[in-house]
Design a protein around this ligand. Sequence first.
Ligand code: AMP
Ligand code: MG
Length: 490
Amino acid sequence: MTFNFDNSYARLPDHFYARVAPTPVTAPKLVRLNRELARQLNLDPDWLSSPEGVEVLAGNRIPSGSEPIAMAYAGHQFGQFVPQLGDGRAILLGEVVARDGVRRDIQLKGSGPTPFSRRGDGRAALGPVLREYLISEAMAAFGIPTTRSLAAVTTGETVIRERFLPGAVLTRVAASHVRIGTFQYFAVRRDGEGLRRLADYVIARHYPKAAEAEQPYRALLDAVVKAQAELVPQWLLVGFIHGVLNTDNTSIAGETIDYGPCAFMDAYDPETVFSSIDYHGRYSYGNQPQIVHWNLVRLAECLLPLFSDDQDKAVAMAQEAIDAYPEQFKSAYEAGLRRKLGLFTAQEDDLTLAQDLLTAMAKNGADFTLTFRALSDASADLAQDERARALFADPAVFDEWAKRWRERLAAEPQDAETRRKAMRAVNPMFIPRNHRVEAALAAAVDRKDYAPFEELLQVLTKPFEDQPEFAQYANPPEPHQRVLKTFCGT
Ligand code: AMP
Ligand code: MG
């Protein structure tokens, strides 16, 4: 089997990365292969699950055409600038062009130390690998831009965290692994040539239209701003909290990347934080739009030297690009809220209507996902209101809101069944509920029982279908099941 690698990043200058091979592991074992994704990448799933294929997925064998590298990058972590981060436990095997014509990175995560490991062991524990697998694939099933998971293997080795844990390697697939932090790496070194090479690379790979613009680098910034302004609303609309929105975890291609202590909220509350390391709620659910805006400003600062030799002119260009974000974010978020409420046309008060629902949900502990799912059915059948109102501590608050909503729906041109279908296609029945995720990981880590992981994954690949046999997966946690903290496990 061949991968048909075509490694464009490895052709960039030497100081963009370190050439380093994965460190072999003692006893690789495949625990999950994404056969469908393999096919999309023109890879043979049968070969990937063969002993030879598993050796590749574990980093024990370098497939032909691979040029393993660890990418260099910097980044602001919780607001603090770190001039050198880089792939400390990830190795890019190479790039392939997938069936959709898009070039994708194939990267091993947890594949051993690199020159960027600092004090880390270069390894990953099984729990976080399965968590990334589950959540990235759930995001893909929602239709949200994200890195994907091709495979998870256990290494037969132990990693030391708060306790001894089974080691694992995740094979991650991404449109690219260029981050805002990658630009920061060159900018902080005042490496103008490196910066330009990187910008040209990103334009060619992700935003080819920018090359035709009058000011290609400005067009690049515009494109990244737009991609992020469209990504973040999609997180909010499914209740996703990334958890570590550092600049090194912000993808230039506009994909959700680096699943650490990420989580989905159950009851709607914009202040929700799960990450055990996010002491001040910097990366809370509701802060995400502003944080990504802040991250984009860091990118804009890096690009200044490419904009113009005239500092004032460069700053003005950057400012203009950055200032587009709030409006673009707002319009994508509002459009998404309208879809969630079954509104196909736009009226001025729609946002007030949506906001009033969210406020009522927050005050009444209403489950975010279940409320919108119930609304989808209630939009066509008044009797279904019961499902929604039962989610509110004070059901009368819902009734009052529902009355206004129905008046608004009456002004919509669609028939009820069309609307119901459209709403069900944007309001998932299933999300990766934290208690389910934790239970699936615990079963795998503590008992080598992968059945709960497999079942949860299966449910999450069709999040918009009712799947009555798995109805219990839609339920929020019982009080004793509630997960209050999530861990990145690095
Ligand atoms: P993350 O929090 O996963 O985004 O990682 C932040 C930085 O720490 C990146 O440079 C990672 O490569 C590095 N890192 C995280 N875990 C490890 C580890 N176990 N060994 C080496 N480097 C790591
Ligand atoms: Mg990271």
